[in-house]
Design a protein. Structure first.
Length: 251
């Protein structure tokens, strides 16, 4: 299968078909598929985006106790693209969400194991019930714990994709770099959700081209090819970006 630009509708539909969402309602969790009926704000990873009826297939939305827990949107898929493309061997992630990233990683032939830390047993039950029978589950090991920051310790792995966060790049995402790399053996690389946005902001300010790897460059190029008239939104201050660069250079 030819690789699709992750900023296209075709990529979104391909990945949604892979995940194959199923309606669910149990123990305070509800997954529903919502069609866009009017013009709606649904941002890309690097830019503001408006979509209308028919632009995308139904959006899977998972709520927990009446509050949004996760949804599969273009931004969510794009933000995982580099990790999914790059990782191999033994992978660790935290925050199961709807399980898309765990499944996508486990579907790769060169990935041998995916460890997922998740605090809510209802989310684990939802994932195992709705994805029962998939061969990818054979590679996925879910660790239900109160806090990944204390549970993910003393592990020897190849790659990490940390996705504990409700919003892109809160302060704790940077603090966690030192914590998790210090208490585990990570042979290849530690990455976190939203990392590319921080790096792109640094590049815009001509700070750290050397920190941009080939896969991130490809993601940026895909974005520019999809709509060169829309540049990404600036949402981080200089001090924050400098802290990102400092932490990444220590890895």
């Amino acid at each position: 299968m030819a690789e699709l630009n992750p900023f296209t509708v075709e990529y979104f539909n391909q990945e949604l078909a892979f995940y194959c969402p199923k309606p669910y309602e149990k123990n305070g969790l509800k997954l529903e598929l919502k069609l866009i009926t009017g013009c709606a704000r649904m941002d890309d990873f690097f830019s503001v985006r408006l979509v209308g009826p028919g632009d995308l297939t139904a959006i899977p939305i998972l709520s927990l106790d009446g509050h949004l827990w996760m949804s599969i949107t273009p931004m969510e898929l794009q933000s995982a693209w580099v990790a999914i493309r790059r990782f191999s061997g033994h992978v660790v992630t935290a925050g199961l969400g709807m399980g898309y990233i765990a499944l996508r990683l486990a579907a790769k032939e060169d990935i041998t194991k995916v460890m997922v830390y998740e605090r809510d047993e209802r989310v684990v039950e939802f994932f195992l019930e709705t994805q029962a029978g998939r061969p990818e589950l054979d590679k996925i090991d879910i660790i239900q714990c109160e806090d990944a920051r204390t549970a993910f310790k003393g592990v020897d792995c190849d790659w990490v994709f940390m996705d504990l966060y409700d919003t892109l790049l809160p302060n704790e995402a940077i603090e966690d770099v030192a914590l998790f790399t210090g208490q585990n053996t990570i042979r290849q690389e530690y990455r976190f959700w939203g990392q590319e946005k921080a790096l792109l902001e640094l590049v815009r300010n001509q700070e750290v081209w050397p920190l941009i790897d080939d896969d991130e460059e490809d993601l940026i190029q895909y974005f520019m090819q999809s709509d060169g008239s829309r540049m990404y939104q600036v949402v981080y201050d200089t001090a924050y970006c400098e802290s990102v660069a400092e932490q990444l250079q220590r890895i």
